[in-house]
Design a protein around this ligand. Structure first.
Ligand code: GLP
Length: 237
């Protein structure tokens, strides 16, 4: 596991953009939503417009999506990507938030990903409760893509995006821990003081379902990009 500590969120975004640009012209890349990667996506758009980064042959796969609301509903990951992915990609695949059977939709999505050869790079954020994608606490290392009940803190984090807490779906769809660990490389991002304690548990704690991000310790090619604030609680620096 490599840990890079960047001075701030801006430097972290630039470094993340550099890794994503370097994934290869035909790479398959898993992408997260959330506040953490927004600056990196803006930086990718800037580099693409300047001709410094060409992702037009890259296929992106959302690592998760909400379930039980029409696709494109304000607050969904589809809406997030429509707003923040302002650079050309070959394709961007998401599970359909409006699918009648979310469990079947999540499984079919992961099956399409495997048929395409799997992820060359999986970019991840980390939730304050240690989730990666929508693998909430309790997710075992062999968790497959599936429909999940969202943790209260995860729903609360999306209240503003959906307009109110009541509007946030109760369920989501996610790639499983197993799908994520099958990626050839993983890039995990965390910024801000609110993530410091969970980052410490994910990186320095024993791997456990209590902190799903700790399962990343089992992967041989993981890079954590942390800003100073998110790295503040690490013992080994
Ligand atoms: C969200 C997403 C995750 C994301 C995480 C962290 O709910 N499901 O894919 O990585 O929470 O979000 P943020 O970067 O806003 O802290």
């Amino acid at each position: 596991m490599r840990i890079e500590i960047l001075p701030d969120d801006i430097a972290l975004a630039a470094r993340a953009a550099g890794v994503i640009c370097g994934a290869g012209p035909r790479a398959h890349i898993g992408l997260p939503t959330g506040g953490t990667p927004v600056r990196a996506y803006a930086e990718l758009a800037r580099r693409a417009a300047a001709g410094d980064c060409d992702l037009s042959g890259v296929t992106a796969w959302a690592v998760d999506e909400f379930a039980g609301v029409p696709a494109g509903t304000r607050g969904t990951n589809a809406a997030f990507f429509a707003r923040h992915i302002a650079f050309p990609l070959r394709a961007l695949h998401l599970p359909d938030a409006g699918a009648a059977d979310a469990a079947a939709e999540a499984a079919a999505f992961a099956s399409r990903l495997r048929d395409a050869g799997g992820l060359d790079l999986c970019v991840l954020g980390i939730g304050v409760n240690g989730h990666i994608a929508f693998n909430e606490p309790g997710a075992p290392a062999d968790a497959q893509a599936r429909a999940v009940d969202l943790a209260p803190e995860s729903r609360a984090a999306h209240a503003a995006a959906f307009g109110s807490l009541d509007a946030v779906p109760e369920r989501g769809m996610t790639l499983g821990i197993a799908d994520i660990l099958a990626a050839r490389a993983i890039l995990a991002l965390a910024s801000g003081a609110a993530k410091a304690e969970i980052v410490r548990r994910a990186i320095e704690g024993a791997p456990s379902a209590a902190v799903p991000a700790s399962w990343l310790q089992r992967h041989g090619n993981v890079t954590w990009l942390l800003d100073e604030a998110a790295a503040a609680s690490l013992a080994r620096r």
